[in-house]
Design a protein around this ligand. Structure first.
Ligand code: MN
Length: 282
């Protein structure tokens, strides 16, 4: 046994790509198609943050998904979700919505405000091949329902998924073991946790900046963490807020066409056909 954990370092820093999606929502695609294999089991991470209603007001009207899960976390603002499986939920500041598209849902995500700040994230988590055609599932969690932990070193973590320092998060998944933490780091704070080397991991800094292994990670930057250690240490000399996302890779083929993520082209044709025939959210 080695008493000293080997710390994971920063392999790459990524700014993401400015784009619009849905009916014109302005966002930064931090994790896109080119990083899907590197960050398996995560397929996408979008960050949105704006005080200008023109950037978000149109929202995401009815659209389909199949083959993965979407996790939406709101920092500021309110968004209403409705889907073809009969789920409806109002997502408010500090809350999380977890939707398993499975074999298919058609849903809408519409802002419930005409002014003020809208800020948050949407993360796509892949499903193992055996679960891609599973029953859709949905749950929303208010800020008060999300487990939190506070360390002696001035760090607080909202445990959205997985477990950390003995605190079980809101959602757990066996196949991909996702760990999703919203970190609130006071100035001068440090946050440490074990992180299995085989699990792919990223940190997106959305306020302030942090240091990992002596390397700075600036605001609105994603650090892709290397897989050479089994623990992570984050320092925040000036304070920061960041999303830590880690999970066990599936190692399965990824076939994506827009909102459908399957394992083969044939399954993608099937998804498109099912959607056109009205069978996807049926
Ligand atoms: Mn969607």
């Amino acid at each position: 046994m080695n008493d000293t954990p080997v710390l994971r370092g920063v392999e790459a820093r990524v700014d993401g790509v400015q784009t619009r999606d849905g009916a014109g929502v302005r966002l930064t695609r931090v994790l896109g198609a080119s990083l899907q294999r590197r960050l398996d089991p995560f397929l996408m991470l979008d960050a949105f943050a704006s005080d200008d209603p023109d950037d978000y007001i149109a929202g995401f009207p009815d659209h389909p998904h199949r083959g993965f899960e979407t996790i939406t976390y709101m920092v500021a603002g309110r968004m209403l979700h409705r889907d073809s499986a009969g789920h409806e939920g109002l997502l408010e500041a500090g809350g999380m919505q977890w939707m398993t598209a499975g074999r298919g849902v058609v849903h809408s995500e519409i802002p419930q405000q005409e002014s003020g700040r809208m800020e948050g994230f949407q993360l796509w988590l892949n499903l193992p091949a055996a679960a891609k055609m599973s029953q859709p599932w949905y749950r929303d969690f208010s800020a008060a329902e999300l487990p939190r932990l506070r360390t002696a070193h001035g760090a607080e973590a909202v445990v959205l998924a997985g477990s950390c320092h003995g605190v079980q998060g809101a959602v757990t998944r066996d196949a991909t073991a996702p760990l999703i933490l919203d970190l609130h780091l006071d100035p001068g704070s440090r946050f440490e946790l074990p992180l299995p080397a085989a699990h792919n991991a990223l940190l997106y800094v959305y306020r302030g900046e942090v240091e990992i292994g002596g390397q700075g990670v600036a605001q609105r930057t994603m650090a892709v963490l290397d897989n050479r250690g089994d623990a992570l240490r984050i320092d925040a000399p000036q304070g920061a807020r960041a999303l830590l996302v880690a999970g066990q890779p599936l190692g399965e083929p990824i076939a994506q066409y827009g909102p459908f993520v399957m394992n083969t082209e044939q399954e993608i044709y099937q998804a498109v056909n099912d959607f056109r025939a009205g069978r996807l959210g049926g």
